[in-house]
Design a protein around this ligand. Structure first.
Ligand SMILES: Cc1ncc(COP(=O)(O)O)c(C=O)c1O
Length: 447
């Protein structure tokens, strides 16, 4: 194996713990990726059970076992399947959902309703009805107009709902603009202008159907520093003090949101304790100053649990050399199974899985098969110069926001997801068929 490739794999070993090279082939959680490609076909998403459980155990050790009443509500949007809900159910985690579809999948998976927390900036009346009927543990209020909708559903089902209020703390986290959510100019959360925020709190407190539980924030995604979290938490606690002063009501829970960074290339991943410990210390200190009981802390990680747990396998098809310019290597997937590159220039690393020990002495552009020039997976990928049709490419760290953002662009089917665990493999999601893609198409009779 050439020095570059060895370095790359060793570097990644700290994070991609279940990736190994044996006899020149890439293995993931004990499974030979070339055999997986043969058995399940490509393109295919492969998720490592051991990596997901490893992250959930880290969260347990560094957060929920360490701090009383602390909860982890996995952000379903990162990767939502009934199998994933089964893993989370067994691990004792909660989940954050943002749509009727995620609620439906959770209910179908038999996920305990009280461990479901419902977020979203425009919850539809029917989604609110669905959440209240199911009996979710928390609704995270994102605007004034949600209140009568929640109350109506509560009246219909004769239930009370725990309400967290999502604030916009006015903090700009350093990450891509598309994944910043905590700055004041945001479609998420309630701005902290007292004539907007306090009447909403009062309305929740006064409602016979709503129980004011606490405050929620989420400042962005793929963050590696804790300063913006601390800044936002300070703002949140200022308002917890204000709520106490105005209404003699206590914030019983604080949700810090998600956003903890994962490794795609070589970003040094920080342990959860790097974020949690200072936040918990600040939460305790500010509660003491305010004279209130320290609220329960909740976090909503998504990406940091599943990003590195996923790889995508593709087969190399056409290779085009544009003399003096570049070589395009096309694979059988692309922006339909991974929109993150086109959407926000996300960076990925890839390996030619059947030539994982060969010297990477050529640079190519790895592109997809979709009809967009922007359908590039890795603009500059180092590969062995022997790269050829039929080789298997593994794109690394694709477990978050890949499958969950997949589309049927060009009527290409959404690939399936295979779960691997210590050499075992099984479908977690079967690949879509052409028939399923057009199942809901109708030809109107006036054509
Ligand atoms: C409210 C909320 N919570 C949690 C998350 C999960 O963030 P991440 O996957 O970066 O941990 C998001 C992501 O957008 C979010 O909007």
């Amino acid at each position: 194996m050439d020095a570059d490739a060895i370095e790359t794999l060793l570097e990644r070993k700290t994070t991609l713990r279940y990736l190994e090279v044996k006899d020149g082939r890439l293995f993931f959680d004990g499974c030979d990726t070339i055999e997986l490609a043969k058995e399940y076909g490509t393109p295919v998403y492969v998720m490592s059970y051991s990596e997901i459980m490893g992250r959930l155990n880290e969260l347990k050790e560094q957060f929920t076992d360490k701090y009383p009443k602390a909860r982890v509500a996995y952000a379903s949007k990162a990767f939502c399947t009934t199998g994933m809900y089964e893993i989370l159910k067994k691990a004792g985690a909660c989940i954050d959902v943002v749509s009727g579809g995620e609620i439906y999948a959770a209910e179908k998976a038999g996920f305990p309703a009280e461990r479901v927390e419902f977020n979203g900036n425009n919850k539809l009346p029917e989604e609110i009805d669905q959440a209240v009927r199911y009996g979710v543990g928390r609704i995270i209020l994102d605007g004034l107009q949600e209140i009568p909708l929640i109350e109506a559903a509560c009246a219909k089902y004769q239930k009370k709902m725990n309400i967290m209020i999502r604030i916009t703390p006015g903090v700009a986290a350093s990450t891509h603009d598309y994944i910043v959510t905590g700055k004041k100019d945001s479609k998420f959360g309630i701005p902290l202008d007292e004539d907007i925020f306090l009447p909403i709190v009062k309305q929740v407190l006064d409602s016979e159907y709503l129980d004011f539980t606490g405050l929620h924030m989420h400042i962005g995604s793929q963050l590696f520093e804790n300063d913006a979290y601390l800044e936002a938490l300070n703002v949140l606690m200022d308002w917890a003090a204000r709520i106490r002063q105005e209404f003699n009501a206590d914030v019983k829970e604080v949700n810090f949101g998600g956003g903890y960074g994962a490794t795609y290339i070589d970003e040094p991943r920080k342990p959860y304790s790097f974020f949690m410990d200072p936040m918990m210390e600040l939460l305790k200190k500010r509660s003491e100053e305010i004279g209130m009981e320290c609220p329960a802390a909740v976090i909503e990680p998504g990406r940091s649990i599943v990003a590195e747990a996923g790889i995508t396998l593709y087969t190399v098809g056409q290779i085009k050399e544009i003399p003096g310019i570049r070589k395009y290597v096309s694979v059988d997937g692309g922006m339909g199974d991974n929109i993150r590159v086109a959407l926000y220039q996300a960076d990925y690393k890839g390996v030619v899985a059947n030539k994982a020990e060969e010297q990477t002495d050529a640079t190519v552009s790895l592109c997809g098969k979709y009809c967009e020039s922007g359908d590039i997976l890795i603009p500059e990928m180092k590969v062995p110069s022997s790269i050829a049709q039929g080789d298997i490419i593994a794109l690394l760290s694709t477990g978050a926001y890949g499958f969950s953002m997949a589309s049927n662009y060009n009527n290409n089917p959404i690939p399936g997801v295979v779960l691997v665990k210590e050499g075992k493999s099984a479908w977690m999601v079967k690949p879509q068929s052409y028939e399923q893609i057009i199942a809901n198409h109708v030809i109107p009779d006036f054509i």
